[in-house]
Design a protein around this ligand. Structure first.
Ligand code: GLN
Length: 483
């Protein structure tokens, strides 16, 4: 049997029944990587030796014992590279484990491979990676989404069983949708950000990519919880997210935001999402029209707040403490200027400039402060909606994967890829993307993602609803052709 086709839950059953060993799983993935990685380029580093050492020592009775997890190259793993897709961290090696990595290891999991990403998680296509563009396993002429495109493509191309990514404005859910896998953004504060290289600290969350909702729940169990090293992580109970995953939607009220079904959604995306809504009704859900009146402002507010926070967070890359350092600087200013000019790519520079501008004296009130006020209104839109409904149902991305190079010259069009995902980060709520069928273009099938959003800390409800959808449709089981 090809172990790379299995879910975490299936592999766990086989490991515990002693039908297979953790080493065999790593070897099967390594073989698969050798075969498809030249076409897909989902990875930045393959730490096979250390993974095999960990596999030999793995205790399969632990919650994730012996299970390999691919890691987005923005999460520190002791002794491994953590480039963030940037030249500025090209030769950096992490001196410590992020809390999520420590927790994965304590649960018995094996971090295996580092996945490609847009530089510092800024982008929607992985084209902003300074190393290479990852290809979509359903059509290698197209992007896999971003910024965690490497994680999504690795799972879809079966180079990984599951992966971690980070989501600041959609970077887990959008690539999951475009590659046909499941991607979960937990509520803000559910998962510690300690050891995640910060992009926008009030928006960033780490979350799982997997082949099933159940696998996402399993990973969320392992990575959640209060961490003294991250003061924004919440001190709330962590339920067993794999327990009580429903198979129907009896009594569930799903909100359909009227502002989300606008012109500009690809017709096939609209059609698949409408079919999915009907399917939810057949499972017992009631569809309720809701309004999220400040939706129009979400992208603008995001690009003020996220860039402001990024401009502050990226100040640490100064060539003094770590990372790239310019050769033979004339003086200190020349050292800073050339180090950062050489180390950062164009999108990162654009964000630093935008963020510095909106925070500068004279513009702070007009942009940053005002954006914070509108953020409060967006948050209130959702809290009002969740008085009436259990979850929101909508598309994850307005369109399927686009062609490589199609948007690189037009940053504003690229920013619109996240129009349906950004508000969840601004509001701090949780969201998941699950496969809901395909769009057909030029004889190729391109995955379409369905998004559910739920109130902050209601991951249990969110996963349950997504599980009911997934297990009564076959979409998550479709396998990418890789060609
Ligand atoms: N595409 C969005 C951006 O470029 C979101 C990225 C993310 O979630 N990290 O900012």
């Amino acid at each position: 049997m090809d172990l790379t086709t299995q879910t975490l839950q299936q592999l766990q059953g086989r490991l515990r029944a002693k039908e297979i060993t953790p080493t065999e799983i790593i070897e099967a993935l390594a073989k698969r990587i050798e075969a498809v990685e030249p076409k897909i380029q989902a990875l930045l580093d393959i730490n096979l030796e250390s993974a095999l050492v960990a596999a030999r020592a793995a205790d399969v009775s632990l919650p994730l014992g012996g299970l390999p997890i691919a890691i987005k190259d923005v999460i520190n793993t002791r002794g491994e590279p953590c480039t963030c897709g940037s030249q500025i961290l090209k030769n950096y090696r992490a001196p410590y484990d992020a809390t999520v990595i420590r927790k994965l290891k304590e649960a018995g999991a094996i971090p295996f491979t580092r996945t490609n990403m847009d530089e510092f998680a800024m982008g929607s296509s992985t084209e902003n990676s300074s190393y290479h563009t990852t290809k979509n396993p359903w059509d290698t002429g197209r992007i896999p989404g971003g910024s965690s495109g490497g994680s999504a493509a690795a799972v879809a191309a079966r180079e990984a069983i599951a992966a971690l990514g980070s989501d600041t404005g959609g970077s887990i859910r959008q690539p999951a949708a475009l590659c046909g896998c499941v991607g979960l953004k937990p509520s803000y504060g559910r998962v510690s950000r300690y050891g995640l290289v910060a992009f926008a600290s009030s928006l960033d969350q780490i979350g799982p990519f997997a082949k099933s909702v159940g696998d996402c729940a399993m990973l969320l169990n392992a990575i959640s919880g209060r961490d003294p090293m991250d003061s924004t992580s919440l001190d709330v109970p962590v339920p067993d997210f794999t327990a009580s995953l429903a198979k129907d939607m009896k009594g569930v009220r799903l909100g359909v935001p009227k502002e989300y079904f606008i012109d500009g959604i690809a017709p096939e995306v609209r059609a698949r999402v409408e079919e999915a809504m009907k399917h939810c009704q057949s499972l017992g859900a009631e569809l309720v029209e809701i309004s999220l009146p400040h939706t129009d402002y979400a992208v603008s507010v995001y690009y003020i707040i996220a860039t402001a926070e990024a401009s502050a967070n990226l100040a640490r890359f100064d060539g003094v403490r770590y990372g790239h350092r310019a050769d033979a600087p004339k003086d200190l200013l020349d050292h800073y200027l050339r180090t950062r000019a050489e180390g950062f790519g164009p999108e990162v520079k654009r964000r630093i400039i935008l963020g510095t501008y909106v925070l500068s004296s004279g513009y702070y009130d007009a942009y940053y402060l005002r954006a914070q006020k509108v953020r409060t209104l967006i948050r209130k839109d959702f809290s009002d909606a969740f008085q009436k409904v259990d979850a929101v149902i909508c598309p994850t991305s307005p369109e399927p994967a686009f062609e490589i190079g199609d948007r690189t010259a037009d940053p504003l069009r690229m920013y619109l890829a996240d129009i349906f995902t950004i508000a969840a980060n601004l509001a701090g709520i949780c969201g998941i993307s699950v496969p809901c069928g395909f769009a057909e273009t030029g004889g190729k099938k391109l995955p379409v993602g369905l998004q559910f959003l739920a109130k902050e800390l209601e991951e249990q409800k969110l996963l349950s609803i997504a599980n009911a959808y997934e297990t009564t449709t076959g979409w998550s089981k479709e396998v990418a052709p890789v060609g």
